[in-house]
Design a protein around this ligand. Structure first.
Ligand code: CA
Length: 423
């Protein structure tokens, strides 16, 4: 499918992440005004809360859904409404639309807006479904012979994370304190994390609830859209705590997501299959069709005083071993209901070669292979003041489908004097 032209000129430029083919969903405010639901188009945001108020857009004949600053109420309306709303919106913004004069006053400059969490996260689960990542980390922690646990090729491994610490891109991330035990310590110590890291992931947003097990196809139908996701990770806390029940405080500090939810409809032309199975999956996890997406991704790092960021990794979402639909189907097998607004992290996305690794842990091999940034500085893990940014955009025929950057600056750990602990 080629670029669909809009009367918003900036949406027709080949470099924009937000052409009319995309129409991602977010929440914004301008100055001290209320937070509102919006859709990105070129370098503008369409105020859909206003369009619903004035009657130019009605996703549903029932009560208004955009009178709240999150997309959950809209998600609850289901796939048919998602599709008809997208059609209405695309028509209103298309070249030569008769309503242009009525819509134009409800556009704001993206540069003037502050972006907020696009949806209320119900619950958050993070998976571990990148084969190259799991192999690299397993080799580091347990040796090359035991890199992949025996269950890994049969189920998408995951853990229940914290919805309460999911933040929108741009939020500063405070270095955590924690109990850690590095090789040079005989006893554990309570210290600020020394091995703070990122994980390059995609997040899938569950748009429709389930009550009981669902198939992989049903799971795919339940997914509303995708965001870029950074699973901030404290490696030294993780190394000490992870056995036998998996990560806990190492992953509790923060998870950052991109400001725009890209819908499944916008990503449809980029569907691709998961890699060839190394072992046949049981039938309940087999995919009926392609459920991953071809989305080139990158990570950059910018120290506090550097003028420009350095790109430190490039990979692709298509490297995942399990799709979000498979993860969601697996998540329902024991009967737990899933809810609108649930967020599923893909797991770190790494490719087969070193420049394709989606975490500093892998890029610098557990601190043993420092990397050099464009400024000449070296890093093994994140230092205070560093800004880490994830980018991603699917490349269409003359257009791109992007998410907006997923960025966060790491700030110093709390001073010991303010912690509520005895010396
Ligand atoms: Ca993760």
């Amino acid at each position: 499918m080629p670029l669909i032209k809009s009367w918003v000129d900036s949406a027709n430029r080949p470099k924009t992440e937000f052409p009319l083919n995309n129409l991602p969903y977010g929440v914004f405010s301008v100055g001290d005004n209320d937070w509102r639901c919006g859709v990105a188009i070129g370098d503008r945001i369409v105020d859909v809360t206003a369009l619903e108020e004035v009657g130019l857009l009605r996703p549903d004949p029932g009560p208004h859904v955009f009178d709240v600053p999150f997309w959950n109420d809209f998600m609850e309306l289901g796939p048919q409404v998602w599709a008809s709303f997208r059609t209405q919106l695309q028509a209103l913004l298309a070249e030569d639309n008769a309503n242009r004069e009525a819509v134009e006053p409800h556009l704001v400059e993206m540069a003037d807006a502050e972006l907020h969490m696009p949806f209320a996260v119900a619950e958050y689960t993070d998976f571990y479904s990148g084969c190259h990542h799991a192999t690299n980390v397993g080799a580091m922690f347990r040796g090359a012979d035991n890199a992949l646990p025996p269950n890994w090729l049969h189920i998408p491994i995951g853990y229940n994370g914290r919805a309460s610490s999911v933040y929108v891109s741009g939020t500063d991330i405070r270095r955590p304190w924690g109990q850690l035990k590095s090789p040079d310590h005989a006893l554990p110590a309570f210290l600020p994390c020394r091995r703070f890291d990122i994980e390059l992931e995609m997040g899938a947003i569950v748009g429709q609830p389930s009550d009981g097990p669902v198939s992989v196809q049903q799971a795919d139908d339940m997914i509303f859209g995708y965001v870029l996701l950074n699973d901030w990770s404290a490696r030294d806390i993780q190394a000490w705590e992870y056995q036998p029940l998996g990560p806990f405080q190492a992953k509790a500090t923060a998870t950052s997501i991109s400001p725009w939810i890209v819908t499944k409809a916008a990503l449809e032309p980029f569907r691709t299959s998961t890699p060839e199975r190394e072992k046949d999956l049981l039938p309940h996890l087999a995919e009926p069709g392609p459920m991953l997406y071809n989305i080139p991704l990158s990570v950059s790092m910018q120290p506090e005083n550097a003028e420009k960021p350095t790109v430190i990794a490039r990979t692709n979402y298509s490297q995942m071993y399990y799709s979000a639909a498979q993860q969601l189907a697996h998540h329902t097998t024991a009967g737990s209901p899933m809810n609108t607004g649930d967020l599923l992290g893909s797991g770190t996305i790494s490719g087969p070669t070193k420049p394709e690794r989606g975490s500093l842990l892998e890029l610098c091999w557990g601190g043993k292979e420092p990397m050099t940034l464009d400024t000449g500085e070296t890093r093994t893990f994140i230092e205070d003041g560093d800004t880490l940014t994830l980018c991603g955009a699917a490349q269409g025929d003359g257009y791109r489908i992007g998410f907006g950057d997923c960025t966060g600056r790491v700030v110093a750990a709390l001073d010991k004097s303010v912690l509520p602990y005895p010396d």
